[in-house]
Ligand binder design. Sequence first.
Ligand SMILES: Cc1ncc(COP(=O)(O)O)c(C=O)c1O
Length: 461
Amino acid sequence: MLETRDQFEELLKHARTDVDANYSQHLNPKFAQLLKTTGFDRTYTRGIGALLYDDQGREYIDCIAGHAVHSVGRSHPDVVAALRSALASDHPGWVQFELNPLAALLAKRLSQRMPGDLKHALFTSSGTEAVECALKLARRFTGRDAVLHCDKAFHGLTLGALAANGNPGLRNGFGTLGASLSIPLNNIDALERALASKEYGAFIIEPIQGKTCLPVSDGYLCEATRLCRLHGTLLIVDEIQTGIGRTGKFLAIEHDAGCEPDIVVLSKALSGGYVPVGAVLTRAAIWRKTFESMSKSFIHTSTFQAGTLAMVAALTVLEVHDRERLAERATNLGSILRAGCDEIATRNSAIAEVRGRGLMLGLALEKGALERAVAEIPAIGALEHLLFGQAFAMHLLSPHGILCQVSDSQSNVLKFTPPLVITSDACDRIVRALNETFTKFSGPSGPFVGGIKQVLTNLIR
Ligand SMILES: Cc1ncc(COP(=O)(O)O)c(C=O)c1O
């Protein structure tokens, strides 16, 4: 039985003794190999705020934050206390045939934060599931099956969401997907041409793309609102990654006055990273078209939707977001990172562009002559696809203790989405680490060459 913290630690210790073998035989050997090859195979034992600690006592600044879920920071005392209090009660979750009071309260509080009249909420257990639900609502409301999306868009990997994915590398090989069209981001003419065909039930878009960190240009979403209305297509804004304060506003679309989506999808930071949750917010007319009668009142649902812990965590996260002014923090702390990155970029040709907003930043990397030459070597060429951006992430991890990721192997974007509670000191540390990493870039011991050496060493370990 697991009753104490020590007993939980014992279970973890036991699980860790066989983790390599269990991964290789029963879970995902290729992922285990990837971590080992890139030196990301660390054992993290503690997380507080924006910091992680490993079993060697080393400290890391977590710029991945569980793919942008831990916005309130790890081990947030209020969320932990709220979840403990819910668990300690005898409140019965998932009775299913009852009016769920916590879900109704969260629906109201979320709808109050939405633009326009997005009054109805549906809850899910993940971001992808929220996207699936939004696509279904749009199909039902418009009677059109096809979905319009942007190049490089990411909305999840289940079959419906995959049809709206803008990366062929993720789409291909899974058979016929639903009808869809990919258009270039920020190209109003392409959007207008596609919408004018009146084939599309939905246009789905991220205000800042998770994979490329490219933001929509000013006014684009306002114009997309107008064009979608004109042509009878629903505008779905995917705020799964950008929502709950990350870009400096509760929703990233608030930066674009005049954007009035028909559907907003949320997930990730909504529960502070403690419990899987997703939400779909939409207008009454759209909701009613799907849930049109009593017999259709559960035509779209799932067993684990609106669980007690998810609702409690989300209600608490909204309070923390307001009390700790997390959106404002994202603006202020993001501007420290941004100014540092912009300054480094002026001195270093390895950075083609600094992108993003608030605490969602991407450095688009450019290969120099040395990297292009090294990539021509056959043995290295095979690794190069994995390696170019990753080599920088590896150098930031060790020696600097900055955990970040390459968000898209093709465009080589080094991505930073730290918890919104990150301190200014930690931001300064990230900037210093980036400065050192990129200053070394052009020398023979630069991160790319160092990364190759490390990968080759790890491969024969
Ligand atoms: C913009 C966006 N949409 C959808 C998803 C899918 O969410 P989930 O992984 O919770 O299913 C993600 C996940 O990274 C995302 O960033």
